[in-house]
Write a protein that binds this ligand. Structure first.
Ligand code: CUA
Length: 345
């Protein structure tokens, strides 16, 4: 049993320590930190690993601010007070206590504290859920290897997680260096071509979070995000089973036409839709693209309108992505393809 999972969950409103540190951050002159809650914020931790990193950040920020203010006050005092008033600043006692003892004691406490945070976060466990993520220009290839009788799942730009269970994310990159970061849940990890990096964390609070690429990787680095869905165990199993299933068959002539256009347009050379002959591996797997919250790697809400707009205007909406714009399609055809993709729940 992982000891850390027995600790109380950090909850946004109720945890007095969290509220207290926010308040301290506010009064110590960093109001920016105090207001940063939300789905993409390291200052709104939703798991124990993120919580420990958060506390470390607050201790360092508040402590550093207080020391800076104190030293600045002493400096001003030394400059503007009368010579006989400031004489004590130059005594051996002041130098030994303030200049030697204080920094030594402070750093001596901070080092083991920092090392403890390192020891307690990013701890892999044998029963951790395994997820593989590959950074691409400019999206995320996500794979859940088969485990305990559950089949493998491939998706893109969306990471589902069960709460309370350790998760180990194994990352690499296909082209250039990216960095995988879910600010609410854990620290960052570099995705390096030809190298496999691994890190572990636990999410405790269900909800939707936003992950981002944290390493400049090209034109569209800033538009490389993904959705993180943290859910109860049973819900996660259902999600996994649904994602593992082959794609839905079109149920209306309109959707049938969309699938036919998808096929004849050659979309299947780059995209896979399991259950059809589309088996391209170049772009995101679209088997259940309709079930995702967003498209374009976290850029637009997922609906028939944005899907159609995306297909026709990829190079306008996100210049530099590998997918060309299919602006030659008629409105009717676009609607049919988008409708078909939207139906792939
Ligand atoms: Cu991928 Cu920045």
């Amino acid at each position: 049993m992982d000891l850390k999972s027995t600790r109380p969950r950090p909850s946004r409103a109720l945890d007095p320590l969290l509220a207290c540190t926010r308040w301290l951050a506010l009064v110590s002159g960093v109001p920016v930190l105090a207001g940063c809650s939300g789905i993409q914020s390291a200052l709104d931790p939703a798991g124990n690993d993120a919580y420990e990193i958060y506390l470390l950040t607050i201790v360092m920020t508040v402590g550093g601010t207080l020391i800076f203010v104190g030293v600045t006050a002493l400096l001003l005092y030394a400059i503007f007070s009368r010579p006989e008033q400031r004489a004590w600043l130059g005594t051996r006692r002041t130098i030994v206590y303030g200049g030697l003892a204080f920094p030594i004691v402070t750093l001596t406490f901070l080092l083991p504290y920092g090392l403890t945070v390192m020891r307690d976060t990013d701890v892999p466990t044998a029963d951790a859920l395994q997820i593989e993520v590959i950074g691409e220009q400019f999206w995320w290839r996500v794979r859940y290897p088969a485990e305990q009788g559950q089949p493998e799942v491939t998706t893109a730009n969306e990471v589902a997680l069960p709460i309370g269970r350790r998760v180990t994310v194994t990352v690499t990159a296909a082209d250039v260096i990216h960095s995988f970061w879910i600010p609410n849940l854990a620290g960052k990890i570099d995705m390096i071509p030809g190298r496999v990096n691994r890190f572990s964390f636990t999410v405790e609070r269900p909800g939707v979070y936003r992950g981002v690429c944290a390493e400049f990787c090209g034109d569209q680095h800033a538009l490389m995000a993904f959705d993180v869905l943290a859910m109860e165990d049973a819900e996660f199993s259902a999600w996994r089973a649904a994602q593992a299933a082959p794609a839905r068959e079109p149920v209306t002539p309109f959707l049938e036409r969309g699938r036919e256009l998808f096929r004849s347009g050659g979309c299947g050379n780059c995209h896979a839709i399991r259950g059809t002959e589309a088996n391209g591996q170049f772009g995101p797997d679209l088997t259940h693209v309709g079930s995702r919250r967003t498209i374009g790697a976290g850029q637009f809400p997922n609906n028939i309108g944005t899907l159609g707009g995306w297909i026709a205007n990829t190079q306008h909406l996100k210049p530099g992505v590998r997918m060309p714009s299919y602006g030659m399609l008629t409105g009717e055809d676009l609607r049919a393809i988008a409708g078909y993709l939207e139906s792939l729940k």
